[in-house]
Design a protein around this ligand. Structure first.
Ligand code: AHM
Ligand code: MG
Length: 299
């Protein structure tokens, strides 16, 4: 079986990028181990005023320490930090975006959660997702799984008992599947969104929504369909973040032949206006997203 290193050696990645990807992927082990010791809620809120559980903070702090020590990261923006963190001792130009623990509300019920990372190679995080050099996620489910693209397709790896990643699926292509999901309360959905979701239900699309974006997108990558967290009444920007969630996962899905859209435009072309820039998200199979964009524009 192909190890992560063996795969990386077949790509056009420079040695320091290979090292960075391996280093990040290895952090799945300490993060997983921390699940058991970081279960309780702490009485702080994150920068979005949300209740923050200890594991969010722990994972963020752990990753930032790893980045600093490695000298492989010049700057990092994290969902858990109000400002971009700079590492002046870095010997590279890699700038990262990170959701250290996506799906954190599921930690205490032991459902799948993950870490999402975007990697730019020009020292800058405030730029469109289209410019990403690489994107990856680690999913902590029954197995520890790594989804990775270095702009040469999407490949899925699983960690074995020795902590080594072995390739599970090569060159994943997202099919035109029939799963659907929508975040936000149904009573707050905007009319165009509600109409489209209703249509999918009538066509026989099956509902799959877990509360963990990274776990949901991993599933949609395999089976296809339309995952959405839309604009909704009172929050026209939607909930999910451009830098930390939409761009890296959208980049991966796009590399697998799928799409990510606001319903009107490709999310990967958006210039971020601020660190916590939020976007309505439609992500999944290409056909259904093109159909949605067409209908949204027509009405
Ligand atoms: P988080 O990064 O703080 O965990 O928040 C993002 C999560 C996504 O993983 C998920 O899709 C969404 O929020 C779930 O939200 P809701 O509870 O409104 O369904
Ligand atoms: Mg998140």
């Amino acid at each position: 079986m192909t190890t992560l290193r063996e795969y990386l050696d077949t790509t056009s990645c420079k040695e320091d990028l290979k090292e960075l990807i391996e280093l990040i992927a290895r952090q799945a082990e300490p993060i997983r181990k921390a699940f058991i010791t970081n279960q309780e809620y702490v009485d702080t809120e994150n920068i979005y005023g949300e209740e923050q559980i200890a594991l969010d903070k722990w994972s963020n702090k752990h990753m930032m320490e790893v980045f600093k020590k490695s000298k492989l990261v010049k700057a990092a923006a994290s969902e858990e930090e109000a400002e971009i963190i700079k590492f002046p001792e870095a010997k590279t130009e890699y700038a990262l975006t990170m959701d250290p623990l996506d799906g954190s509300s599921l930690v205490q019920v032991n459902l799948a959660v993950g870490t999402i990372i975007g990697i730019y190679d020009n020292g800058e995080v405030m730029q469109p997702g289209r410019n990403l050099r690489a994107a990856m996620y680690m999913l902590y489910g029954p197995m520890t799984v790594l989804g990775l693209t270095v702009k040469e397709g999407v490949h899925i790896f699983a960690m074995n008992d020795e902590g080594e990643y072995l390739m599970l699926e090569k060159d994943v292509r997202i099919p035109e599947g029939e799963l659907y999901a929508s975040g936000a309360l149904k009573k707050d959905w905007l009319p165009k969104h509600a109409k489209f979701i209703e249509k999918l239900e009538e066509e026989g699309y099956k509902l799959r929504y877990s509360g963990s974006f990274v776990a949901d997108v991993h599933q949609y990558l395999k089976y296809g369909g339309l995952f959405s967290y839309p604009a909704y009444k009172g929050k026209e920007t939607g909930k999910l973040r451009l830098l930390f969630e939409a761009n890296p996962m959208g980049y991966i899905v796009t590399q697998a032949g799928g799409r990510i859209s606001t319903g009107y435009a490709d999310i990967l072309d958006i210039m971020p206006e601020k660190i916590d820039h939020r976007v309505p998200i439609y992500i999944g199979s290409k056909g259904v997203i093109e159909r949605l964009e067409k209908e949204f524009k027509e009405e």
